[in-house]
Ligand binder design. Structure first.
Ligand code: GDP
Ligand code: MG
Length: 275
């Protein structure tokens, strides 16, 4: 079984829960019917998680989604990234404690966050200070994948311009998002990842409804112009996000978490040497 921990972050109403449901309903080979819930998975931060087992090409995968309600909903959002940062670090700390234990387990229970999907509101303008602050800080401790939330509310033209603006804002602010150029392993990797980097942030659409299109039931949202099919890459980039998370980059997300983010944490903690 492969475990993937996935953390969607963004203000209320941006479609996080809907997108997670879309992910589980979309064309993944097989899924368990009884998702398991866990409440209060963190002692200091009030977060909840839900896990689904899905099977892709004979490989079983347990995808755990950590819900982060309330992020950025206050009038003063100074430091609102803190509980999320704290949660991520707690998972590294737990792993580290197990690792340096004399009687360490053969297989260390691993709850480290592999990917944080950050939902940018579909304003069509530029990144807000809150978005920049969050990604700047979190990008140093976890793989961050930004997405444009509810992108069906923007025209294709607006989406394209907004994407370019966001990429420019990330660049001028020195913000590193996943997949990072420095960690491309070879030329082949670089070509594949460049294609993804050209598309980041993915313009996503989520839904919990199916509609009939040409006699087939598809996941979609009904609009005045017709149905936006969420799994159709001509309509939005939901499928690109899904494929990145659970297909093409699943192992890489795990490797980057262990070899880069956790390693940075480990070295820092051992240097403090008050374990
Ligand atoms: P959360 O607070 O971020 O978890 O947001 P929800 O998933 O609860 O969604 C909030 C509202 O936005 C609901 O009414 C959804 O139906 C709607 N919604 C979710 N995703 C989309 C989307 O991609 N496009 C549009 N237009 N509406 C969406
Ligand atoms: Mg929600």
């Amino acid at each position: 079984m492969i475990y993937l921990f996935f953390l969607p972050v963004g203000q209320s109403g941006l479609g996080k829960s809907t997108l997670v449901n879309t992910l589980f309903k979309s064309k993944v080979s097989r899924k368990s019917c009884n998702p398991s819930f866990e409440e209060g998975i963190s002692k200091t931060v009030n977060l909840q998680s839900i896990s689904h087992v899905i099977e892709e090409k004979g490989v079983k995968m347990k995808l755990t989604v950590i819900d982060t309600p309330g992020f950025g909903d206050q009038i003063n959002n100074l430091n609102c990234w803190e509980p999320i940062m704290k949660y991520i670090n707690e998972q590294y700390e737990k792993y580290l404690k197990e690792e340096i234990n004399i009687n360490r387990k053969r297989k260390i229970p691993d709850t480290r966050v592999h990917c944080c999907v950050y939902f940018v509101p579909p304003t069509g303008h530029c990144l807000r200070p809150l978005d920049l602050e969050f990604m700047k800080r979190l990008g140093k401790v976890v793989s961050v994948v930004p997405v444009i939330a509810k992108s069906d509310t923007l025209t294709l033209d607006e989406r394209q311009r907004f994407k370019e603006r966001i990429r420019q804002d990330l660049w001028t602010n020195g913000i590193k998002v996943y997949p990072q150029k420095e960690y491309d392993e070879d030329a082949e990797d670089r070509i594949l990842n460049d294609k993804i980097r050209e598309k980041i942030p993915f313009a996503v659409v989520g839904t919990d409804k199916e509609h009939q299109v040409n006699g087939k039931n598809v996941l979609g949202r009904k609009t005045n112009w017709g149905v936006i099919e969420v799994e159709n890459v001509a309509h939005c980039e939901f499928a690109n996000l899904r494929d990145l998370l659970i297909r093409s980059h699943l192992q890489d997300l795990k490797d980057v978490t262990h070899n880069i983010h956790y390693e940075t944490y480990r070295v820092r903690r051992l240097n403090e040497s008050n374990l």
